[in-house]
Every structure is written in structure tokens, then in C-alpha cells.
Design a protein around this ligand. Structure first.
Ligand SMILES: Nc1nc2c(ncn2[C@@H]2O[C@H](COP(=O)(O)OP(=O)(O)O)[C@@H](O)[C@H]2O)c(=O)[nH]1
Ligand SMILES: [Mg+2]
Length: 318
């Protein structure tokens, strides 16, 4: 079989529900290929329509199980939905990805659901660069709803989870779990909080701890609700869905949605320029000059700022 790589053809097929074409497109975007870039350029005018929700929290908190329930909810509403599960801890085909697949298996045969697990591949920028592009692609081919699951451990993962319209932070009723979430910087990014595994003791204490910590913050007209769930049985998922819908309505009514999305796009523009410039400077100045700068900085013979200016000057056309 000939492997289809024409971006326009793939976009057309993906848009009409061809999941294999879509999977191929996502790979092309993930691998930072020219075809992927062309596909993104092609769909960009159609983006800005999807509602994006991020789910973040410690490994094992139940994010995938919650996502699975939210997918069911979206399907019952008649909406198609895409899920992007980012797991930087499984660089190859780790257990987490398999676990996500098994958990989501009810949806795998459903043509209205697209699930993609992405592992950090270690290329420049990694998931921080790739995930927003994949989400943009899914938006552009017409998914009204996109869920992004990220392990909320590192700064990059937290940023990825926060680069959505609504960020949901998932914790468990374990002593100290809320404190860990706070330390990871999750309290600042959460729009909705979930105490999942409420079938275990301590859920009420966790809710109280979270509320106290959140009250120390300075919300801009939105007090993040705290919902308790038992994702494994589906208990509380309707409340969570309602809380997400409320947040969505709040953002739309206050005009915050447009502002947030504009800020995200401008940030994306700035980071794209950074990445392009770095690549170009390295290419034009040459490996030797790059290496000399690198070693010079490490050995403290030249400061990073002077070295950067030197490389830029070497790369600038005369
Ligand atoms: N007891 C209990 N277990 C749950 C609940 N939600 C998820 N789990 C289990 O917790 C484990 C981790 O869930 P998973 O969704 O993979 O967590 P993730 O790593 O955050 O995506 C799995 O074995 C789930 O079946 C819950 O509400 N109660
Ligand atoms: Mg998971």
C-alpha cells in the first residue's frame, strides 16, 4: 500500500472521519515534518472552535479514568471528542500507554472518538512544542471537544495542561496529596478541582484542605469549584461535567475566553520565533562556532549573553 503523505488529501480524509488519515496526520505534526506544517497551515483558519480541557495531576490519580467518563458524557451529548494523553514518563511504549488504551477500550471502536497517546520524544522542545500543534490540528479537522491528559509533575507538563480553555486538577484523598499538588504549582492553574477516589477515606478532608489553600489565592472572578468523584463507577462525573460547562460559560460571558486564546496564540508565535531563530543561527553560524560558544560558556571564558550576540552576528547576512 502506498503511504499517503499529501497533506491536503489527508486533511480532507481526516475531516470526513477517516481515522487512519488523522492518525497519520498527527504523526506528521508530531515528527515536525514539512507535511505536518502544511497540514497545520491548511486547517488553521478553521481553528478556534474546539473546547479544550486539560486534565492534570499525579500519576495514578485517575486522570485517564476521568477522561474516559468525560468521553462517554460527550458522546451521550452527541459530540465527537479527541483525547491526547501525554506521558513523558513513558518514552517508548510504556505501561501507561497500554493502560490508557485498555481503559479507553470501550471507545476505541467508536468512530466519534479519537485517542492518541504521545510520549516525550526528547527532540527540541518535546511535548511543550508538539502538544499545542496536535491540539490545533484536532480542532482544525473539526473535533468540537479535545481533552488533554498530562502528568502534572514537571513545569513543562503543567504548562501543557494549562494551555487549554479549562484546566482540571485531579487529586486523591491521600494525606498530603493536596500539598503535593500545591507544590507542583497546580493550584494556580486549576479552573476546576477533582478529589477522585472518593470511595476511599479522607475525601472530605481533602476538599477542606484544597478549599483553604485556594482561598489564599486571588481568583479573578472565578472561584474554582471542587468536585468529588469515583471515576471507576462514574459517581460525580455529571457534577464534574457541569463544573466544566460552568467554567466555559463564565469564560465566554466575561470575554476572558477571547483574551486567553489571543494570549495563547501570541505566546505560540513568540516561541515559534525563538525556535526558528535558534535553528537558523545554529545552521548559519555553523557547528564549529556553536560548539566554540558552548564550550566557552561552560568554561566561563565568555558569558552566555555575549556568546549569543557573537553567534547572531556570525549568522547575520552582510
Ligand atoms: N478506588 C478507586 N480507584 C480508581 C478510581 N478512579 C481510578 N481508579 C483506579 O486508579 C488507577 C489509576 O487510574 P488512571 O486513570 O490510570 O490514573 P492516571 O495515571 O491519573 O491516568 C486505576 O487502577 C484505576 O482503575 C476511583 O474513583 N476509585
Ligand atoms: Mg493516565
Amino acid at each position: 500500500m502506498v503511504r499517503l503523505t499529501d497533506p491536503a488529501e489527508l486533511v480532507a480524509r481526516a475531516g470526513s472521519g477517516d481515522r487512519r488519515a488523522l492518525a497519520r496526520l498527527v504523526s506528521l505534526v508530531e515528527d515536525d515534518t514539512p507535511e505536518g506544517a502544511a497540514a497545520l497551515a491548511g486547517v488553521f483558519a478553521d481553528t478556534g472552535r474546539a473546547w479544550t480541557t486539560g486534565l492534570t495531576g499525579a500519576p495514578g490519580a485517575g486522570k485517564s479514568t476521568v477522561a474516559d467518563r468525560l468521553v462517554t458524557r460527550a458522546r451521550m451529548r452527541g459530540d465527537e471528542v479527541a483525547v491526547v494523553a501525554v506521558d513523558p514518563s513513558s518514552p517508548f511504549t510504556g505501561g501507561a500507554i497500554l493502560g490508557d488504551r485498555i481503559r479507553m477500550q470501550d471507545h476505541i471502536s467508536d468512530a466519534g472518538v479519537f485517542i492518541r497517546s504521545m510520549a516525550s520524544r526528547g527532540h527540541l522542545g518535546g511535548i511543550a512544542v508538539t502538544t499545542p500543534r496536535v491540539v490545533t490540528l484536532l480542532d482544525g479537522v473539526g473535533f468540537p471537544e479535545v481533552l488533554v491528559e498530562t502528568v502534572g509533575v514537571g513545569q513543562v507538563e503543567v504548562e501543557v495542561a494549562a494551555a487549554v480553555d479549562t484546566t482540571v486538577v485531579v487529586v486523591n484523598p491521600r494525606w498530603g496529596d493536596s500539598i503535593q499538588a500545591a507544590k507542583a504549582g497546580l493550584l494556580e492553574v486549576g479552573d476546576v478541582f477533582v478529589v477522585n477516589k472518593a470511595d476511599r477515606p479522607g475525601a472530605d478532608d481533602s476538599v477542606r484542605d484544597l478549599r483553604q489553600m485556594l482561598e489564599l489565592g486571588h481568583p479573578e472572578g472565578w472561584w474554582p469549584p471542587i468536585v468529588t468523584t469515583v471515576a471507576s463507577t462514574g459517581e460525580g462525573i455529571d457534577d464534574l461535567g457541569a463544573a466544566i460547562d460552568d467554567h466555559r460559560a463564565h469564560l465566554a460571558d466575561t470575554g476572558t475566553l477571547a483574551v486567553r486564546r489571543q494570549q495563547r496564540l501570541v505566546a505560540e508565535l513568540a516561541s515559534a520565533i525563538d525556535a526558528e531563530l535558534r535553528r537558523e543561527v545554529r545552521q548559519v553560524a555553523g557547528d564549529e562556532a556553536w560548539e566554540a560558544a558552548r564550550v566557552g560558556v561552560i568554561e566561563r571564558r565568555v558569558d552566555p549573553w555575549t556568546a549569543a550576540r557573537g553567534l547572531m552576528a556570525a549568522a547575520r547576512p552582510r
